[in-house]
Ligand binder design. Structure first.
Ligand SMILES: N[C@@H](CCC(=O)N[C@@H](CS)C(=O)NCC(=O)O)C(=O)O
Length: 186
C-alpha cells in the first residue's frame, strides 16, 4: 500500500496533535513540511476547500481536520492492538475517576466548568465510539463516578440541547471505522 503521508507545518498545535496520536499508535508515516506562504500542489489538491494542514494521505485518500486524524490513529486498531489500546484507555479513565472527579458533581465542584467541557466528548461521543468499535471501556461498576458525571453533564440545559443524537453518532462512527479498516487493507 502507498506510504501514509502527513502534510504539516511547524509549530502548528493542530499538526502536533496528529503527530502525537500517530507516534503513540506507532503508525508508519512520512512527514512532509508545508510552506503556508507557498502551498504545495499536494496540499491544494487534497484539501482544496480549506487549504489547511494537517492533512493525512492514507491509501491515497486524504483526511483533513486534526480531530478526525486523531480518531484515525485510534480507530484503525483491531485485534491485539485494540485490546492494548483499550487497557491503556481504561488506565487513563481510572485517573479521572479516582483522582480528578471522585464524589464531585462536576470536575470543579458543583458547577460545570472548563474541565467538564474539555472532557465532554466522554459524555457524548465515547459511548457511540465504544459501540462502533465493539469494546466497553466505561463499565458502570468500575467507573461509577464517571457514569454519574455523564448524567449530570448531559442534564445541564445548554448541553442537553447541543449534543448529537446517540444513534446518529453511532452510524457516523460505524461508517468512519469501516472506511479506515477498508482503506488500511487495500
Ligand atoms: N480545524 C483545523 C485547523 C487547522 C489550521 O488552522 N491549520 C493552519 C495551520 S495552524 C493552516 O493550515 N493555515 C493555513 C491557512 O489557513 O491558509 C484542524 O483542526 O485541523
Amino acid at each position: 500500500m502507498e506510504q501514509t503521508k502527513l502534510l504539516g507545518v511547524w509549530p502548528s498545535s493542530f499538526c502536533y496533535r496528529v503527530i502525537w496520536a500517530l507516534e503513540l499508535k506507532e503508525v508508519d508515516y512520512e512527514y512532509l513540511e508545508e510552506n503556508l506562504l507557498n502551498k504545495s500542489d499536494l496540499l491544494l489538491r487534497y484539501n482544496p476547500v480549506h487549504k489547511q494542514v494537517p492533512v493525512l494521505l492514507h491509501g491515497g485518500k486524504p483526511i483533513a481536520e486534526s480531530t478526525s486524524l486523531t480518531f484515525f490513529a485510534y480507530f484503525h486498531t483491531v485485534g491485539e492492538e485494540q485490546a492494548k489500546a483499550t487497557e491503556e484507555a481504561k488506565e487513563l479513565l481510572k485517573i479521572l475517576e479516582e483522582q480528578s472527579l471522585g464524589e464531585k458533581k462536576f470536575f470543579g465542584g458543583d458547577k460545570i466548568g472548563l474541565t467538564d467541557i474539555a472532557f465532554g466528548w466522554i459524555a457524548g461521543w465515547l459511548g457511540a465510539m465504544e459501540e462502533a468499535v465493539g469494546v466497553k471501556l466505561l463499565e458502570p461498576d468500575i467507573f461509577p463516578c464517571l457514569q454519574t458525571w455523564i448524567q449530570n453533564f448531559k442534564e445541564v440545559p445548554a448541553i442537553k440541547v447541543n449534543i448529537p443524537d446517540h444513534s446518529e453518532l453511532l452510524a457516523y462512527f460505524r461508517r468512519l471505522r469501516n472506511m479506515f479498516i477498508t482503506s488500511a487493507t487495500i
